[in-house]
Write a protein of this length. Structure first.
Length: 363
């Protein structure tokens, strides 16, 4: 009898342990494994759902996170793969993950894709590419963009040439924008030496400086930071012509600048004008198979309306018409196959792609 009673106690204990483990598993967030270490790594089989793919975007609250969520939803419904969105720093750290085959695809700006592919300055030091380059990166497409421009508190500054003789926030230590701005000024025929370059560490510092008159202009994204100044003093757009954008692309091939504009009243601006933008692009690791990338590309564009429904604010620009507006790294063969079928692969894009394939990459 004692042996039977002892066995009953052990059986009860075992049942309690099993019940406890089941309850713990049920508390895991929806869509996540109860044991994170059991999740498939990038590019590995994911069971009935097919190959598991890791998709890097910036953190929640950013435009790339919203785009990533919509695309992952479309891909998971229409492709035989399990695409998992992973918030991360999508430049330097992500490029290391590509090298280790721990990341399959991600979204960032085209100039960042180009910098990772070529390894050119200033990206080599900024992203610490020594030992990582050549980064095994290729591009799928472009979509939405980020507008940049010079914005000023001085109503007499209407063109880039008018910046000469003024105090302007240009150099931001540790940022990649320095080479971009100086090249833009050169494209416009502006003598950089005639500008007083005021260094700044953050846009908050520049905002305060513009309010207090320590400088009269800054080159930054066209976004809500402008409103903070416009509530206390008028803010104006400095015009950047289409010709100046074209010359900038000649000076920085592969960076992918496109023409854009800012409206009067937008972000509280007293004047609008022409400016430039940098498209976002989706990049993939070079070793991802042609079939996988073809499927992702095809599903993305043939279900574009569904993606727009999921996020009308950002997904409208991720259309087939904008898929190849800038090429920062060679287009993956799987994407090329779809673009040729869709009739959007042009001689101009092919020439850009060939030039990048022949690029002497730093390593």
């Amino acid at each position: 009898m004692k042996r039977i009673e002892h066995a009953r106690k052990w059986l009860a204990l075992l049942l309690c342990c099993c019940l406890g483990m089941a309850l713990l598993a049920s508390c895991a967030p929806a869509g996540e494994p109860a044991n994170p270490s059991a999740a498939p790594s990038a590019g590995q089989p994911a069971g009935p759902g097919g190959q598991a793919l890791t998709f890097g975007t910036m953190q929640a609250g950013t435009s790339t996170y919203a785009v990533g969520a919509a695309l992952a939803s479309v891909w998971n419904e229409h492709c035989p793969y399990t695409v998992t969105q992973q918030p991360m720093q999508v430049t330097g750290p992500a490029f290391r993950l590509l090298k280790l085959d721990q990341l399959d695809l991600a979204i960032t700006t085209v100039w960042a894709i180009h910098g990772a592919y070529t390894g050119e300055d200033p990206f080599w030091d900024t992203w610490e590419l020594d030992g990582v380059a050549p980064v095994p990166i290729q591009q799928i497409c472009t979509g939405g963009d980020m507008r940049y421009g010079f914005f000023t508190t001085d109503p007499d500054i209407k063109t880039l040439k008018d910046l000469e003789g003024k105090k302007v926030y240009i150099t931001q230590p540790g940022a990649e924008s320095d080479i971009q701005i100086k090249s833009l000024l050169k494209a416009a025929g502006v003598d950089y030496d005639k500008i007083t370059d005021v260094s700044f560490s953050s846009i908050d510092e520049a905002k305060q400086g513009l309010k207090e008159g320590r400088a009269v202009a800054v080159y930054w994204t066209a976004s809500t930071w402008i409103q903070d100044i416009a509530t206390t003093k008028p803010m104006y757009t400095v015009n950047i012509s289409n010709d100046e954008v074209a010359k900038l692309n000649e000076l920085l091939p592969g960076w992918g600048f496109v023409t854009s504009s800012v409206d009067s009243g937008e972000f509280g601006l007293s004047t609008g004008g022409d400016t430039l933008a940098v498209p976002f692009g989706i990049y993939v690791r070079e070793g991802l198979s042609e079939d996988v990338v073809y499927d992702l590309t095809k599903a993305m564009y043939e279900n574009h309306d569904q993606a727009v429904t999921l996020n009308p604010q950002y997904m409208e620009d991720w259309s087939l018409e904008r898929a190849l507006i800038a090429v920062g790294a060679p287009i993956h063969p799987g994407a090329v196959k779809y673009y040729k079928e869709a009739g959007v692969w042009t001689d101009e894009v092919d020439a850009q792609n060939t030039a990048l394939l022949e690029w002497e990459r730093r390593q």
